[in-house]
Design a protein around this ligand. Structure first.
Ligand SMILES: [Zn+2]
Length: 298
C-alpha cells in the first residue's frame, strides 16, 4: 500500500508524518526511515515487539506523545510472552468510545443490563475496559469474572437471577463453558476474541452472538460483528487493517492473507503488527448500513 494508492486513510497519512518526526522512536531505528510511503514501514512480528519492549522497558520506544500514563496491563495476544502495555487518559477515553460503538452494534442501548465475565487486574482484554465502555453508553455493568467451572457458574447465577442481564460479555473460555451447558442463559452474547481464538473468529455466524476482535496492544475493540453477521466492522478511524501476502505485498479486497493491524491514535504507536490471523477485507456496503470496511477472518 502506498500513500498514492488512495487506500491509505487520512489518519494513517497524519501518523506517517508524526512517525517521521519522532527521531528517537523504535521506527527511527528501522531501515528506510524516514518513510516515504506507508508500506515502507517494517512489518512487525510479535517477537520483534517483545524484543523492543524487553530492550527498552517498560513500554518500548513506541511513545509518540508525552501524555501521562494512567493504566498498565499485560498484553498476551499475538505476542510470544506477556508484555507490559499502557494507556494515557486520551487512550482510555478512545477505548471506551470504541467499546461503546462495538456494544451498540450488538444492539446494546442505554439502560440495558449487562454482565461481563472477563478477568480483572493485569489480564487483557479485561473487565476495566468493558466497564469503561458501558459507562460511555449508560448501560449497567455487572462484572462476575470468568466462568469455567460449576462453582463460578453457581455464584454468577445467583446474581443473574436478581439482576436479569440481557447481554453477557464474555471471552472464548467462558463462552465455551456456557455453550457446553444445556441450561446456559438464553441471552445476547458479546464475545471478545483475541487472535489466539482464530477458530472461533472464523466460525459461522450466529444470530445472538456478536464477536469482537480484541488485540489489546492494538485495541480492545478493533472490529466487531453487526446485526447483518457478515464480517466484523473495523474501527477505521482508530486502526488501519491491511491484508498482505507472504512477501508483505498488499492483496486486493476479498483475497485472504496475513492481517496486519496498526494503531492510528494511541499514544504508543504499534504499526503493521502481524496478528497471526488470516483475513480478507470487504469494502462492499453492509446490509446494516454502517459504511466501514469489514474483516472476514479465516
Ligand atoms: Zn454491518
Amino acid at each position: 500500500m502506498s500513500s498514492e494508492s488512495g487506500k491509505i486513510t487520512a489518519p494513517a497519512a497524519a501518523l506517517l508524518t508524526a512517525i517521521n518526526g519522532a527521531a528517537t522512536s523504535f521506527y527511527a531505528a528501522q531501515p528506510g526511515f524516514p518513510f516515504h510511503a506507508w508500506d515502507d514501514i517494517v512489518i512487525l512480528t510479535g517477537v520483534d515487539l517483545a524484543k523492543e519492549i524487553g530492550d527498552h522497558l517498560p513500554f518500548g520506544r513506541l511513545r509518540l506523545r508525552d501524555e501521562p500514563l494512567l493504566r498498565a496491563a499485560l498484553a498476551t495476544a499475538a505476542v510470544p510472552h506477556p508484555l507490559p502495555m499502557c494507556w494515557s487518559a486520551a487512550d482510555l477515553e478512545r477505548e471506551a468510545q470504541l467499546g461503546a460503538r462495538a456494544f451498540a452494534r450488538a444492539g446494546l442501548r442505554a439502560r440495558d443490563r449487562t454482565s461481563d465475565c472477563l478477568e480483572g487486574g493485569l489480564v487483557t482484554p479485561g473487565t476495566l475496559a468493558i466497564t469503561d465502555a458501558l459507562d460511555a453508553i449508560d448501560a449497567l455493568a455487572l462484572p462476575v469474572g470468568p466462568i469455567t467451572n460449576e462453582a463460578a457458574l453457581t455464584r454468577a447465577r445467583e446474581v443473574w437471577g436478581i439482576v436479569q442481564p440481557q447481554v453477557l460479555i464474555t471471552t472464548g473460555d467462558t463462552f465455551a463453558f456456557l455453550e457446553s451447558r444445556s441450561d446456559a442463559p438464553d441471552v445476547t452474547h458479546v464475545l471478545l476474541l483475541t487472535p489466539n481464538e482464530a477458530a472461533t473468529l472464523a466460525a459461522p455466524a450466529r444470530a445472538n452472538v456478536f464477536r469482537v476482535l480484541s488485540l489489546p496492544i492494538i485495541g480492545t475493540f478493533v472490529a466487531g460483528e453487526c446485526s447483518a453477521h457478515d464480517g466484523l466492522h473495523i474501527a477505521e478511524d482508530a486502526f488501519l487493517a491491511e491484508v498482505v501476502d507472504g512477501n508483505g505485498r498488499e492483496l486486493s479486497d476479498g483475497k485472504s492473507g496475513r492481517l496486519l493491524l496498526s494503531t492510528l491514535q494511541r499514544s504508543h504507536a504499534v504499526l503493521r503488527l502481524d496478528t497471526g490471523l488470516r483475513a480478507a477485507l470487504d469494502r462492499v456496503a453492509c446490509r446494516c448500513g454502517e459504511p466501514t470496511a469489514r474483516l472476514h477472518i479465516g
